[in-house]
Ligand binder design. Structure first.
Ligand code: SF4
Length: 322
């Protein structure tokens, strides 16, 4: 095993400085990083422990009614808490952090097993074993011939629906990234999951005022009831005026390399009475660009039905739908 050095950062500036060293990575809860290290997928030579940095574990109110969640905070918000509860075992939730959750790497089996020599995400330019291999769990939207992996995070799907902002600090200072721009589609660089620059540290996530808390629902469809990644998930958030949808937010998980906002479906629902016919058309529109592989065509219909169910649940309808 390679030697690994460990450094405990005392503040954000110190962590960012330490991360300039070759082979350095930040470690928070470590729930994904340690898996990657044990499997030989990640080989950092320096671990920069950020868990003792003051202020990263706090939740603060923002002017205008939103909240700021420190990168080391471990819970929050109705749609977000449902996604978090769906996301992992109690042990993992106790260790995992907000920042680490956003940076989880795909659960593609070919990525995690170095015995497979074709994986563009692990070894750029080597190919993609999933294209013609087992791809039941893989992407149906936004994939590329280089990679068809999906993002595994439940929390990120909720944060996408809520239009969160990701606050980062790095060698060039601080900046804010709109959640929609934080994760990347694979394109020809599937080895790069996010738009973080080298050495940038997530310090917090800002949530806008909770306009959707009365009408939101996170639905996760998976193979078994506990500790499984989503086949498909839906974060649905509505602002309602009686039976009319004032505005709708719908994000999908388990279908793409990043949380997938269903913009066309949102537009079709917004300003309309919530009829089942409109909802089914909106769900169909959300999946109109789907390009399934040989094992995962079932996800198209599943995602459409999940959208219908999640939006109905968000609106408060609980019976006989989808
Ligand atoms: Fe690797 Fe992506 Fe292909 Fe999986 S889908 S084998 S992560 S390149």
């Amino acid at each position: 095993m390679d030697a690994i050095s460990y450094e405990r950062a005392g503040d954000v500036a110190g962590a960012v400085r330490a991360a300039q060293q070759p082979g350095a990575v930040f470690i928070g809860g470590g729930t994904n990083l340690l898996d990657l290290m044990k499997g030989g997928v990640a080989r950092p030579v320096r671990l920069i422990d950020i868990t003792h940095i003051g202020g990263l574990d706090s939740v603060a109110s923002l002017p205008g009614g939103g909240i700021r969640i420190g990168a080391l905070v471990r819970e929050q918000y109705p749609l977000l808490s449902q996604a978090l509860l769906a996301g992992a075992s109690a042990q993992l939730r106790n260790m995992a952090t907000v920042g680490g959750n956003l940076l989880q790497r795909t659960r593609c089996g070919y990525f995690y097993d170095p015995a497979f020599t074709q994986c563009n995400k692990r070894m750029p330019g080597s190919g993609c074993a999933a294209l013609d291999g087992h791809n039941r769990m893989h992407a149906i939207l936004g994939a590329s011939p280089q990679c068809i992996a999906v993002n595994p995070s439940d929390m990120s799907v909720a944060l996408a629906a809520l239009d969160a902002l990701v606050l980062v600090s790095g060698p060039s200072g601080e900046r804010t990234i709109a959640f929609a721009d934080f994760h990347r589609l694979p394109g020809d660089r599937p080895d790069v999951d996010t738009t973080l620059e080298p050495g940038e540290l997530i310090t917090a996530v800002d949530l806008p005022p909770p306009l959707f808390s009365a009408h939101s629902h996170y639905l996760k469809v998976r193979d078994r009831a506990s500790y499984a990644f989503a086949l498909v998930s839906v974060a649905a958030a509505l602002q309602m005026d009686g039976e009319r949808v004032q505005s709708a937010r719908i994000a999908l998980g388990g279908v793409a390399h990043k949380p997938w906002r269903a913009n066309a479906a949102e537009q079709m629902l917004s300003g309309q009475p919530l009829s089942q016919a409109t909802l089914k058309k909106a769900a169909a529109a959300a999946l109109s660009g789907a390009q399934p592989r040989h094992d995962n065509a079932f996800k198209v219909r599943l995602a459409q039905r999940a959208i219908v169910r999640a939006v109905n649940r968000a609106a408060g309808y609980t019976g006989g739908v989808a």
